[in-house]
Design a protein around this ligand. Structure first.
Ligand SMILES: [Zn+2]
Length: 350
């Protein structure tokens, strides 16, 4: 079945470096489509560098340490996701929520080697301890530094995410290798299926699961008091997403999830996508959801008309109403081709 072989996400079978290359590629697709627009807070690079210099850690030596940025009085982001500059790539961007009564809630923990640095950055803005870490999904660039935090931290994740992280063996994108043996204590023990609420009042954090999309364990983090959101990798920026079918991701499910996000949340004030260094306007996600619905419809209609996934991907042109979306046409197969194949297989016979 050569057509199918061309269209499977073959990059998943490769090692870590190709994953970084891929992550960079799909981030660049977003950058090509237009720079992130958020102008929230001021990044204090000088301060970040001073903190980094004091940090005894095993972080990779050739990468610029990320800094911490104030978004609101009790909300910060830690970047390091800017794939335009390879030296700054440390994994996903993180929200740091300083609660009144429950310490610090952190979203995700980055590539291996960044846990201590993250703790130093957090200590530079608050005396409160990190008590809770929400993991948005199983990929190692969101989980690997779990093992550098105190094991007293409450790790929280979707039940399917934990199942994936707990495997005895997996591909490197998944990163279960970090949680073998004694390190299993850094696996999330608080799990949820559809919805979970942490804390109350202004401290409240809501976790949502709307079904398979990027993986089958994507948690969406929403802080009601600030109307702030971390969508994990579900919204990667304005470019075609990575659908990790090995970890249960789904192209049609992606449509369901994005549509549900638009219905559930109204005008989110701060949305920090995992692979953008600054928040993006909520309208971007609304536009992205509408584009993905139209793309799934294009593949579904083409499949019914007897076209092949290769033909559909080759002939696809971005509709004029979605001018800002990057199609990720680098590499072979391109992400456009991979995602067309994923959707095609899912809609067959439907
Ligand atoms: Zn991911």
């Amino acid at each position: 079945m050569p057509a199918i072989q061309v269209l499977v996400p073959s990059s998943l079978r490769f090692g870590r470096r190709p994953f970084l290359d891929r992550a960079r590629r799909y981030a660049l697709g977003g950058l090509a489509a237009g720079a992130a627009a958020g102008a929230f807070g001021v990044r204090d690079r000088a301060f970040g560098a001073a903190v980094a210099a004091q940090t005894p850690s095993n972080q990779p030596r050739d990468i610029t340490p990320p800094t911490i940025t104030k978004l609101r009085e009790n909300l910060y982001s830690i970047g390091g996701a800017d794939a335009e500059h390879r030296s700054s790539w440390t994994g996903g961007s993180n929200l740091v929520f300083v609660t009144r009564n429950h310490g610090v809630v952190l979203v995700d923990t980055k590539n291996p080697g960044w846990g201590r640095h993250m703790q130093t950055l957090i200590r530079s803005v608050t005396d409160k301890p990190v008590t809770t870490i929400v993991i948005t999904h199983t990929h190692y660039d969101h989980t690997a530094s779990n093992i550098e935090f105190p094991d007293t931290v409450d790790f929280v994740a979707h039940v399917n995410c934990v199942r994936s992280m707990s495997q005895a063996s997996c591909n490197r994108t998944t990163g279960c290798e970090y949680f073998q043996g004694e390190n299993a204590r850094y696996l999330p023990k608080i799990t949820f299926r559809d919805r979970h609420t942490l804390f109350e009042g202004d401290d409240r954090v809501d976790l949502y699961y709307f079904g398979p999309a990027h993986t089958d364990g994507d948690a969406i983090v929403h802080i009601p008091s600030l109307n702030a959101m971390h969508p994990g990798d579900i919204y990667p920026g304005r470019y075609s997403p990575f659908i990790d079918t090995i970890n249960g991701g789904s192209g049609v499910g992606y449509d369901t999830v994005l549509t549900q996000m638009v219905k559930t949340f109204a005008n989110v004030d701060i949305m920090l996508p995992a692979h953008r260094d600054t928040p993006e306007p909520w309208a971007r996600l609304q536009e992205y959801a509408a584009w993905w619905t139209s793309f799934v419809g294009y593949v579904r209609d083409g499949q019914k008309a007897g076209r092949s996934p290769q033909e559909l991907a080759d002939e696809y042109r971005l509709p004029p109403e979605f001018p800002g979306v990057g199609l990720n046409t680098l590499g072979a197969p391109t992400r456009l081709h991979i995602n067309t194949g994923v959707i095609f297989d899912e809609v067959k016979g439907s």
